[in-house]
Design a binder for this molecule. Sequence first.
Ligand code: ADP
Ligand code: DP6
Length: 328
Amino acid sequence: MMKGEWVRAHTNIALIKYWGKENEKLIIPMNNSLSLTLDAFYTETRVIFDENLKADELYLDNTIQDLAALEKVKTVLNIVREKAGIKAKARVESYNHVPTAAGLASSASGLAALAGAASLAAGLDLSEKELSKLARRGSGSASRSVYGGFAEWQKGTDDDTSYAVPIDDASWDIGMLFIVVNDKKKDVSSREGMRRTVKTSPFYQGWLDTLDADLSAIKEAIKQQNVHEVGAIAERNALKMHATTLGANPPFTYWSPDSMRAMESVRDLREQGYSVHFTMDAGPNVKLICKQSQLAEIKAYLLKDFSESQLIEARPGPGLLVVSEFSK
Ligand code: ADP
Ligand code: DP6
């Protein structure tokens, strides 16, 4: 039996989105993406390789998961077994300090924590680059959660060249505020949503055409620590991504009436003179990009439209961590 340590990974929110795969099996994306890792939401995972197990098992928040949830996990475990020359099946124990499958990036923290925990349990000493590639095979966005601060997932051309790199440690005045309008499991997963969009949406090419410009502009804004520009570019980028889903067949959207209400509140805040923009992922929740020093004021303003429990402050978070005691 090989029992690993607990590994913590934080979620990341993309400011330039990953939306579409060039290679579905290897999870090679169509475009580079860029994200900020956050302190507010995370996953803690431990892996035990045990010769007595007949099959891999995933316990998420003390509940055994079905085969569908195990799929991504098995991909990562199989790669680790192959690298380490292990045959034993694994018991994976994981706790999400983030709602699962609600567009709050549980797959990013979940699969990044797994990559770290499985490689530790197998006795592998992987570099951050190798960990990023391993996490990517579980879920694309997880490749970026290996790092704290801003990270860019460079699409590369094959399994070996597609991984994330750190861009900036974000130790300046930037933060995010989450407006959680719904934390239930979504109907269309990111995986299914992006697949359908790439295959059927006539707007998909338009999305791809503007990405290089968005990416270089946001990197410049990050270098200048210009939170207004970072937010403005991220908001435009997210709206373009969400526009592609309306052209898909069958069409779909992740927006709910409450998402639109949240967007309106952001526009209100801008009229009040705050430098605040929003982004959204594959779910109805809205994430505000603002100055960390103004998080409390902005939250207070939003309390007229949303409840305390819907508003969660987030600051830049760290990369993968080994934790001696897990927190649940
Ligand atoms: P989200 O917006 O939360 O990332 P996705 O649909 O992209 O939603 O991914 C959610 C899926 O990620 C879950 O259904 C599950 O398969 C997987 N996942 C989430 N958390 C974990 C975890 N801690 N360990 C393993 N897999 C996880
Ligand atoms: C909208 O990484 O969850 O959040 O690679 O299929 O597991 P798979 O998808 P996933 O997709 C994330 C999509 C997104 C944008 C982003 O995080 O870049």
